[in-house]
Design a protein around this ligand. Structure first.
Ligand code: C6P
Length: 414
């Protein structure tokens, strides 16, 4: 079935870049609808990493020989690309991590532990992934700070009317929210939250793991203080991520990990820390992964972030319309105009794992579970949901196959 897309993006053509998508699963062409868990990798990223290993691999920032200088140049070049991608004022403010989770922990430990006290409040949302929930809950407990949650409306959007009541309860010091929800696809008004956070004298921490791969993200336009994301969700390799932080805050923070590379001088009595970003990059970095991260940025820029966002918007609008016709389906989340390419649902009387299993027989891969969002599951009154998530290589036919698979699940389970 044809879907009208206004985007300048040819998903069929792009699919040729993704070797993994060329296979069959259970005798059917693979329809990979789990890109929110991790995105597939184009040949360009795989080649960049192989080329690096074959021509330039050495440890970075340590050797004076030509190969080590070449490796360092490739690594730092990747940092420049990733920093520019989110419009960081300086690449020195862009710290490579293993993933978004590590970046958020770096902020919670490095900023939260030192800044929070019993009079203070940390504010998260009911829509947070555990990676931007648990570290703040933990740091609040350790420091005696209060821990509050911005509640949700019935469409899975932040209820900003609850902000005044929260502010009346204490000194808000940290506000932590995602830009795009992994579980519902809700696009959150982070600019407004950042403005509110700053009115309270708080820092704004943004989990952009589901945003950076799918739309243009500009840390300066958002007005946030920290922003974390992962390479593997944006066509890059696993094992690499980044956190951007406002320089004056990063300068004030203590390091998160200690050891090699992050020091200025080590003596028996005392150790002093290196400059940014090295202060936060202890040990050997994920070097080839950073190179692959940079290649993923090149790839997404070549396709165009606006085209990706528009294409996914059209896909999700189509998916919500088609899926709504499936008998006994419960859809979650906001209307398409306020959501990214994620469709969350449950089928009456059928466990999400069973739905995902039937779809797998059809070669359709979706995720079932709590999506690391148990507070949200509690709000929805369910233990788990199904989730189909889309990316630049998703085809409308795959959404048709998803819908057909749901009808089959309905037949199988009665
Ligand atoms: N969400 C999902 O299937 P890591 O694992 O560190 O790369 O990303 C963590 C993370 C943080 N925030 C959001 C909004 C996320 O979606 C994720 C990862 C995957 O939804 C795995 S649970």
């Amino acid at each position: 079935m044809a879907v009208e897309t206004r985007a300048a993006l040819d998903a069929r053509k792009l699919r040729a870049d993704f070797p993994i998508l060329q296979q069959e699963i259970n005798g059917k062409p693979l329809a990979y609808l789990d890109s929110a868990a991790t995105a597939q990798k184009p040949r360009q990223v795989l080649d960049a990493m192989t080329h690096f290993y074959e021509t330039s691999h050495a440890n970075v920032h340590r050797g004076v020989y030509t190969l080590a200088e070449r490796a360092t140049e490739a690594f730092e070049g990747a940092r420049e690309k990733v920093a520019r991608f989110v419009n960081a004022p300086s690449s020195r403010e862009l710290i490579f991590t293993r993933n978004a989770t590590e970046g958020l922990n770096l902020v919670a430990y490095g900023y939260g532990l030192a800044s929070l006290g019993p009079e203070d409040l940390v504010v998260v949302t009911e829509l947070e992934h555990h990676s931007n929930f648990v570290p703040w809950q933990y740091v609040a407990k350790r420091t005696g700070a209060g821990f509050r949650m911005i509640s949700l409306t019935d469409t899975g959007e932040l209820d900003l009317d609850s902000l005044d009541a929260i502010a009346a309860e204490g000194q808000v010091k940290v506000v932590a929210a995602n830009l795009v929800s992994n579980a519902l696809g809700t696009v959150n008004p982070v600019e407004r939250l950042a403005a509110w956070a700053h009115e309270q004298g708080a820092a704004m921490v943004v989990d952009a793991a589901q945003a950076v791969p799918h739309r243009a993200v500009d840390v300066q336009a958002l007005g946030c203080d920290f922003l974390a994301f992962s390479a593997h969700k944006m066509c890059g390799p696993s094992g690499a991520g980044a956190v951007w932080g406002r320089r004056e805050l990063l300068e004030r923070m203590e390091p998160f990990n200690l050891g090699g590379h992050m020091i200025r001088k080590v003596q028996f009595e005392e150790t002093t820390w290196g400059d940014l970003p090295h202060k936060f990059e202890a040990g050997t970095s994920p070097i080839a992964e950073a190179v692959g991260f940079g290649a993923a940025v090149d790839y997404l820029l070549e396709v165009g972030l606006e085209a990706i966002e528009q294409y996914e918007h059209d896909l999700v609008a189509y998916a919500l319309e088609r899926m709504a016709a499936v008998p006994g389906i419960q859809m979650y989340g906001p209307p398409p105009e306020r959501r990214a390419g994620i469709a969350a649902f449950n089928m009456d009387g059928i466990h999400p794992h069973d739905v995902a299993q039937v779809l797998d027989w059809e070669g359709v891969a979706i995720r079932a579970g709590h999506h690391c969002c148990q507070p949200l599951m509690t709000r929805l009154g369910v233990a788990a949901t199904n989730r189909a998530s889309f990316y630049l290589y998703t085809l409308p036919d795959e959404i048709d196959r998803l819908t057909d698979g749901l009808l089959r699940a309905r037949k199988v389970f009665g």
